[in-house]
Design a protein around this ligand. Structure first.
Ligand SMILES: NC(=O)c1ccc[n+]([C@@H]2O[C@H](COP(=O)([O-])OP(=O)(O)OC[C@H]3O[C@@H](n4cnc5c(N)ncnc54)[C@H](OP(=O)(O)O)[C@@H]3O)[C@@H](O)[C@H]2O)c1
Length: 299
């Protein structure tokens, strides 16, 4: 176990994951600094200009790196460049500074299950190879950017995150309005696997990683049981008490969202959190129905 109170720098602290994570870390007695673009945080940085407030990294025990251009947009050439560069260059900027420290902090870096590609058969644990697609390439480069810190003996964990379920943003927030109007339904055949995690459990996984020195290397941050899109659809319909009779054809997703839709909404990845299970992490809501009930009906 790591020392009890830690000084933690969080990038992307204003985001869907970062905001509740900072609250949870502070509630456990840790001291949190937020590194943001502009003036929103305690320290500022500008990834595209290669600038970071030098005081931000003074005497920190842990860096949690979440920042990155949103993936949920149409992927033209410029958007793809922003998605890639914000993650890879942001990570390099931090790592370049950290490797110069006599005792570098632990580095907990967001990554995505898209590392495993777009569509894979069977269950994927952390030993699975990387796959096809733009996001797989982004995550490979993002993860590789931490290597200089690993080479000097730093503790680095890569949280390959699944679909984060929250009312505030992400996939579920977009699905809820049509489902509430009774217009929900499976996507395509509905057989594609969805690997999800509740926002509180993802926050819990980061807190666990802060406080447990054994957490390092690739970590699948997902719930223990991935489900098919059809199961997800039926469970969501049952939790909100609405029919789910309107399937959405793959073509509609491809037309509306292009390549982004193909690599996210239509992806087929059954990811298993083998490392978190080995390390003894306990999920608050391991079942999908409990997660959806809690997420939708609790404040
Ligand atoms: N949510 C998911 O379902 C999910 C799934 C897999 C992986 N992840 C990864 O987990 C991380 C956190 O996810 P999230 O949902 O919290 O993301 P988010 O809500 O989009 O927040 C990301 C944060 O990154 C910063 N940011 C945005 N654009 C940037 C840019 N161009 N350059 C530098 N910084 C930028 C912003 O913070 P400031 O404005 O404070 O700088 C923003 O609040 C992301 O890297 C994401 O790719 C998320």
């Amino acid at each position: 176990m790591a020392q009890s109170k830690q000084r933690i720098l969080v990038t992307g602290a204003t985001g869907l994951v970062g905001a509740p994570l900072c609250v949870a870390l502070s509630a456990r007695g840790h001291s949190v600094r937020r590194l943001s673009r502009g003036t929103k945080g305690d320290y500022s940085w500008d990834v595209s200009a290669g600038q970071i407030d030098p005081a931000a990294l003074n005497e920190v025990d842990v860096v949690i790196h979440l920042a990155g251009e949103t993936v949920a947009q149409r992927w033209n050439t410029a958007a793809k460049e922003r998605i890639l560069r914000s993650r890879v260059d942001g990570t390099k900027l931090l790592i370049d500074q950290l490797v110069q420290q006599a005792k570098p902090p632990a580095f907990l870096c967001a990554s995505g299950i898209s590392y495993y590609g777009i569509s894979r058969e069977g269950h994927l644990d952390e030993s699975a190879t990387s796959g096809d697609g733009f996001l797989a390439e982004v995550t490979r480069q993002w993860e590789s950017a931490v290597q200089p810190l690993v080479d000097v003996g730093g503790r680095v964990a890569l949280l390959r995150t699944g679909i984060v379920l929250s009312k505030e943003g992400g996939a579920l927030a977009k699905m809820l309005p049509p489902f509430k109007f009774g217009l929900g339904g499976r996507i395509g055949s509905g057989t594609q696997m969805m690997s999800w995690i509740s926002l509180p459990d993802l926050v819990g996984a980061y807190v666990f990683a802060v406080e447990n020195d054994l957490v390092q290397g690739p970590i699948n941050a997902v719930a223990p049981s991935p489900v098919t899109n059809l199961d997800f659809t039926k469970t969501l319909g049952s939790v909100i008490g609405r029919p789910t009779l309107f399937p959405i054809p793959n073509l509609v997703i491809k037309t509306l969202f292009g390549e982004m839709g193909q690599e996210t909404v239509l992806s087929n990845l059954g990811v298993i959190p083998a490392r978190l299970q080995q390390l003894g992490f306990e999920w608050q809501t391991p079942s999908l129905s409990a997660t959806l009930r809690t997420t939708i009906y609790q404040d």
